[in-house]
Design a protein around this ligand. Sequence first.
Ligand code: HPA
Length: 267
Amino acid sequence: MTDAIQFISLRTSVRPRVAVVLGSGLGAFAETLEEQTEIPYSQIPGWPQSTAVGHAGKLVIGMVEGVPVAALSGRAHLYEGYTALQAVYGLRVLRSLGAETVVLTNAAGGIQPAWRPGTLVLISDHINLLGQSPLSGPNDESLGLRFPDMSEAYSRRLREVSREAGKSLGLELPEGVYAALPGPSYETPAEIRYLRAIGADLVGMSTVPETIAANHMGMKVLGISCVTNHAAGVIDQKLDHKEVLEVGERMKGTLIELLRRTIPRLV
Ligand code: HPA
């Protein structure tokens, strides 16, 4: 990781305070950073490449309303063959560069029937069904504790801040519990009924490794899901990645505005 930190430090003097991870089809925010430096993941030592369609695969560092921000446009998923540890590599590098807060965005299936595609939801908690943790193996004491607390994994205060920012845009921003499954197949209707029974409101294939690693490192987390589709079996319709990307594309302006109004209040 030292090589990656040094590589990035030499390309920009901006030291990010907020990291933003952009989910499937949600990369457009990165283009709005002021005074930006763009670095393709392929150039950074040790950085996992993102191969998923809808993920650009670049780090963009710049400013939002005077706040230094690093945006990860594209992330590594378990379904690409990466481990949960590899999935948090970028976040750990950004933590070392100074980021204290991370905003994790994702595309998710809505288990709550009332959430139509295009609804933005604040993640209040998660259920890890990935079968993996980024913290498996020897603990690096310089990063955090062996057994980190997860009782407020998604900061209550940051949710409040984002809800206020959303209000100024006329957004309601309901809260929900995000369940992470490894994918890449979408869930079956039976799996969605199971997830609803155990308390999940949203389902996706990312975010949880980063939330665990962020809490381990003492970072504050804000999680925002863009509901791109009703989860399997909620309505009588098949799931399609094209729809996921289309809804992300349709919501990008709103998400950009929400992020731009939220970020200055996070630091
Ligand atoms: N399931 C899992 N991941 C997803 C979904 C879904 O329905 N929609 C977007 N990402």
